[in-house]
Ligand binder design. Structure first.
Ligand code: ATP
Ligand code: BTN
Length: 241
């Protein structure tokens, strides 16, 4: 496999998406700075120079997009496992793509697709992890954030990236053979909404309910006034009630 390493890029996801034809499963891109780091739905991902990890991995799912449903949950579990192996506690996952530390957003996962979803599906799995947020930048964020700077010892970025890479390969292969069911214990034990009342936002719509976890397709299960309902889709956000 190859690792494309850059000082500066528009974004590591963008780079791999622009080169899918030349990539094989497990190829990686890492940058020290992203001038146009992205979150879900075109939101910005603050990507200051040198401070954080910007990491993207290429993977092709031979049976199409349906085989990759729920992958962001798998990737969040991988990151939690790796951070825990460095002795970090207080981690949580928020459906479908966020990793929290002590109740504030530490990292995010952005999975993007190249081409059409029917047959082979080229995916780029992007992870942004805050290691040491410059104070003046943190002030720009419109939601609570965290980083790794308050820990007794800061993990080494290269070691973290290598361990994350190995964990991801292991977990993606497990996901390919066994599906999301193989991750339900890991997800549940880190799920920040377990047992809570939540609000589901879908465009102008807001649906309140009791959070029952995720299903085997990676959808959210809510107990609402009208019964148990499953929700999937990239346009959905969850918030605490
Ligand atoms: P959801 O995924 O539930 O819709 P979200 O608000 O976390 O909610 P995302 O698209 O996942 O949305 O993430 C993008 C958001 O993350 C930005 O709008 C900003 O609030 C926040 N954000 C951007 N950069 C960083 C960063 N480096 N660290 C923490 N948070 C960030
Ligand atoms: C989110 O929480 O919305 C996801 C944030 C994902 C950020 C990472 S950083 C590496 C990769 N390149 C990007 O432009 N975005 C992802």
């Amino acid at each position: 496999n190859r690792c494309f390493y850059f000082d500066e890029l528009a974004g590591t996801n963008t780079f791999l998406l622009n080169h899918v034809d030349e990539l094989s499963n497990g190829d990686l891109c890492i940058a020290e700075y992203q001038s146009a780091g992205r979150g879900r739905r075109g939101r910005q991902w603050l990507s200051p120079y040198g401070s954080h990890l910007y990491f993207s991995l290429y993977w092709q799912f031979s049976q199409g997009l349906s085989q990759a449903m729920g992958l962001s949950l798998v990737v969040a579990c991988s990151l939690v496992s790796v951070l825990e192996s460095f002795g970090i506690t207080g981690l949580g996952v928020k459906w479908p793509n966020d990793i929290y530390l002590d109740g504030r957003k530490l990292a995010g996962v952005l999975i993007e697709m190249s081409g059409t979803a029917d047959s082979e599906c080229d995916l780029v799995i992007g992870i942004g992890l805050n290691m040491a947020m410059p104070a003046e930048l943190g002030e720009q964020l419109d939601q609570p954030w965290s980083d790794l700077s308050g820990l007794d010892s800061m993990p080494d970025k290269t070691e973290l990236a290598i361990n994350l890479y190995q964990q991801l390969l292991k977990d993606i292969k497990l996901f390919e053979t066994q599906g999301l069911a193989a991750f339900s214990t890991r997800w549940q034990s880190a799920d920040i909404f377990a047992g809570q009342q939540v609000k589901l936002l879908l465009g102008e719509q807001q649906i309140s309910g009791h959070y029952l976890g995720v299903d085997e397709q990676g959808g959210v299960i809510l107990q609402t006034d009208t019964g148990t309902q499953h929700f999937v889709g990239g346009e959905i956000s969850l918030r605490g009630a």
